[in-house]
Design a protein around this ligand. Structure first.
Ligand code: MN
Length: 430
């Protein structure tokens, strides 16, 4: 099959969304207000699969798929599983390839291939549950060493993927502004506390995985079947109130420091689109203990997804200065895989459902440049960052825009693909 599309913008080198990618999203069209549609990004356009299904133009797809594409969220499609995902992906790639006239030559093709700047995006799935992990050994060691210099990594850490149950109700799509939260903080470990606007607001650069078919409550997930249940990945920013977190996290972990807003990238990259980049992993050092059998999988995988954080202050926007890169890392540096996170999550028989979101935890690598949050990047504020507007940052200020990007560099025949952006501007507390 040709790698080129008749959507010309998809053939531009360096484009996030070439024909080989086709990430899924949910959107409202400017010309069809009041309805959520499902589709995939291609160049600067989106292929509107709901409009195609409504018009009876998806006859090559199974009836179950056609029905799922007419739902207002991606969950039904996610529940169909890998054969349906794969069939749909192949069908769309054929439809969009440059030699295929079926849609290309229709006079009304703009009804089905719409400009992405005419779309209002929502989260692709209705997320029933959201769980955030802590899967980077570099992040866990850095943060641990700030608070427990003698014992940065707790004894359980290399044996299970640590996580906490997050708040699905406050997930927001990329581009949504984030209000600085109020919270309870204390200047000392022993109080007395005060209540007021968070002073140490931070971002966390993370990658999320959207789940496909779930399990019945009481049933564990065998790690060998985990791949069949992982639909795709997206960018996640787990905004964090560090001063609130420090006081409240003992003994049960993050709570209100994390529940005010979590930003999610708008386009979900199918694991199938990552295949040219999948490699055995995660790679462990010699000191790593062997994991218990339920967390071992000979076919487990990782990928060298480059991940970048940029900041643009209000002053930088006013002066027309571009956003500044504050970190650059790779997903390959993570210690725990998504398969291990899912398997451990369900190891008690916890029911996982299509559309659930698991996030990786802050992606940090071994170098200072690859630290994925300001807590680490500025080492609790002791090494501030200087922005191009001349101001310094220990933590985020009102008006700061945080932009996450992720991409996979071209490899062999596979062109570069990008996850797009996950962004948000900090609004003052009210
Ligand atoms: Mn997090």
């Amino acid at each position: 099959m040709s790698r080129k599309s008749w959507v010309e913008s998809a053939n531009v080198a360096g484009c996030d969304f070439p024909l080989a990618h086709l990430p899924w999203g949910r959107f409202e069209r400017a010309d069809m207000p009041g309805a959520w549609h499902l589709g995939v990004a291609i160049g600067d356009r989106a292929l509107d699969m709901t409009a195609l299904a409504d018009a009876g133009l998806c006859k090559g797809l199974d009836e179950g798929v056609r029905n799922a594409l007419r739902q207002p969220a991606l969950n039904a499609f996610l529940s169909l599983g890998r054969p349906a995902w794969s069939q749909t992906r192949a069908w769309m790639q054929r439809l969009l390839s440059d030699a295929e006239p079926a849609l290309r030559d229709r006079s009304d093709r703009d009804r089905f291939v719409v400009r992405r700047d005419q779309l209002r995006m929502a989260l692709a799935s209705d997320v029933g549950d959201y769980t955030d992990f802590y899967a980077s050994i570099h992040h866990a060691t850095n943060v641990g060493s700030m608070f427990r210099p003698d014992n940065p990594l707790l004894p359980n850490w290399r044996h299970l993927p640590v996580g906490y149950h997050g708040r699905a109700s406050t997930l927001v799509p990329s581009g949504t502004a984030v209000r600085r939260p109020f919270g309870q903080t204390s200047a000392t470990d022993n109080g007395p506390p005060a209540f007021g606007p968070c002073r140490l607001l931070d971002y966390e650069l993370e990658v999320g995985v959207v789940l496909g078919p779930g399990n019945t409550q009481g049933e564990r997930i065998d790690i060998a079947t985990a791949r069949e249940r992982l639909f795709g990945i997206c960018l996640v920013n787990d905004w964090s109130a560090r001063d609130v977190q420090k006081w409240e996290y003992v003994p049960l972990g993050p709570f209100t420091a994390k529940n005010f807003s979590t930003s999610v990238g708008s386009w979900i990259t199918p694991i199938e689109a990552l295949e040219p980049w999948l490699e055995p992993g995660p790679v462990r050092d010699a000191a790593a203990p062997e994991n218990l059998p339920y967390l071992r999988w000979k076919d487990d995988f990782t990928f060298d997804l480059k991940l970048q954080v940029l900041i643009r202050s209000a002053l930088m926007r006013e002066r027309g200065l571009p956003a500044m890169q504050v970190s650059l890392g790779s997903y390959r540096d993570m210690y725990w895989s998504f398969a291990q996170m899912l398997t451990h999550h369900a190891s008690t028989g916890c029911a996982m459902r299509p559309g659930d979101l698991l996030a990786s935890g802050t992606v940090s690598g071994p170098t200072p440049e690859s630290r994925g949050c300001l807590l680490e990047r500025t080492w609790r504020g002791s090494e501030p960052i200087t922005l191009p507007d001349g101001t310094q940052r220990k933590f985020l200020e009102d008006g700061d825009e945080v932009i996450l990007r992720g991409w996979l560099d071209a490899r062999g025949d596979a062109p570069r693909i990008g996850l797009g952006e996950c962004s948000g501007v900090v609004l003052p507390a009210i």
